[in-house]
Design a protein around this ligand. Structure first.
Ligand SMILES: *Cc1c(COP(=O)(O)O)cnc(C)c1O
Length: 400
């Protein structure tokens, strides 16, 4: 594979090889083009770049530390392990990086209303937060089942002034929430910007969200060169839609010596409806605006998914990941619920850091790999978020 090509994708139509693209109703073609045009202008505009940097620093708390996990390193007896601390950001995860970028774009386009979809509510909270900060109206679509499971986040969004629409169609989870958000966007596109939460959906979202999240990898690269005077040997991140991992991986794609591992949710095991490991049972399909690996049955019906972590629990994966998978530039593996829970407790007790259950999947993968690697190696793990949101769920599973 040519690594230069890896960083130059997508093409003008938003394709990453056979993946990506823009599979939307005709009414959304123009708004997506408008968004892309504004995004291209913004990318070249020093004012936009300055604003983006300003809010990431002053509002979100960037740069986040690249923290040497000394006790975890000792315990595993292998390479030096560094944690990229996205958990320390305002609202508790990497999602706010993308929300800042998109709301600044919305402001440039003269939009006054923001909509978003959310599963566990983390992206909804991040979106409601930036909407409050910029004084914009905000509507968040969330499946009715998720609203029940994540009551606290629903209340959080309402505190921040957002309207939360409970979606009762289908399985009443994330997929249906995205459908409703798309419907709203079609109807209100003149006033409304849709802040999509990951590297998914129709072009330009996968490229745009990756570029807003690449600040993670850009910082990590600078920080590791400063601390260790060399590049890492291995990057590990969890993969839901794929934004925190793309953000970390992207700036290293040209560095052939840097190996990358994406960790999907293995749930209860790789059987239909019991996991969300799209690269272990998924196949080529089109869902919600893009072409990628999708968990579907033989008739193209989207399968149910399961994961202990709501943020990894989705039937499709970002198209750039699909392409990196096929190129073998990134290796994709999965971690099951029980191993993620064990890693959750391990990090809390060894490092005094309670990770998000999503990020605990990446930690679990480190625990598997590190003992087999030499002490001269360097690993960076993306700690995509903090685990406060998961405490009650873990308490229900593990008695202390
Ligand atoms: C949403 C979320 C994820 C999964 O989303 P990606 O787009 O794959 O990053 C991972 N970690 C945390 C903490 C999240 O909130």
């Amino acid at each position: 594979m040519s690594s230069v090509a890896a960083k130059n994708l997508p093409d003008a139509q938003g394709h990453f090889g056979p993946y990506g693209g823009r599979f939307v109703p005709e009414t959304l073609v123009h708004p997506l083009q408008e968004l892309e045009n504004e995004y291209r202008r913004a990318q070249k505009d020093p004012v936009f770049k300055r604003e983006f940097k300003y809010y990431l620093k002053e509002f979100c708390g960037r740069p986040t530390p690249l923290y040497f996990a000394e006790r975890l390193t000792k315990e595993l007896g292998g390479p030096k392990i560094y944690l990229k601390r996205e958990d320390l950001l305002h609202t508790g995860a990497h999602k706010i990086n993308n929300c800042i970028g998109q709301i600044l774009l919305a402001k440039r386009m003269g939009k006054t209303r923001i909509i978003a979809e959310t599963g566990a509510g983390q992206h909804g909270v991040a979106t409601a937060t930036v909407a409050a900060m910029f004084g914009m109206k905000c509507v968040v679509y969330m499946g009715a089942v998720d609203c029940q499971r994540q009551e606290l986040n629903v209340y959080r969004m309402k505190m921040l002034g957002a309207e939360v629409v409970s979606v009762k169609a289908g399985q009443q989870t994330l997929k249906e929430a995205i459908n409703e958000a798309m419907r709203d966007w079609v109807t209100n596109v003149r006033t409304t910007h849709y802040i999509l939460g990951t590297v998914y959906g129709a072009h330009p979202y996968p490229e745009m969200v990756r570029n807003f999240q690449r600040v993670i990898g850009d910082e990590a690269r600078r920080q590791i060169l400063e601390k260790e005077k060399r590049l890492p040997d291995l990057l590990i991140a969890c993969v839901g839609g794929g934004s925190n991992s793309m953000g970390l991986f992207y700036p290293f794609l040209d560095d052939q010596s840097v190996k990358m591992v994406g960790v999907e949710a293995g749930g209860l095991g790789i059987k239909p409806n019991q996991h969300a490991a799209r690269f272990h049972g998924g196949s080529l399909g089109v869902l919600q605006g893009t072409r990628s690996y999708i968990l579907q049955d033989e008739y193209g019906q989207i399968q149910l998914t399961h994961s202990v972590s709501a943020g990894l629990d989705y039937a499709a994966v970002g198209p750039e990941h699909a392409w990196l998978h096929d190129q073998k530039r990134v290796e994709y593996t999965y971690i099951k619920d029980d191993a993620a829970l064990a890693a959750f407790m391990k990090l809390a007790r060894l490092e005094g850091i309670i990770p998000a259950l999503e990020s605990a999947h990446a930690i679990a993968e480190v625990m598997k790999r590190a003992p087999k690697l030499g002490e001269d190696k360097l690993i960076i793990v993306n700690l995509s978020g903090r685990g406060d949101k998961d405490v009650s769920q873990v308490a229900a599973k593990i008695k202390l």
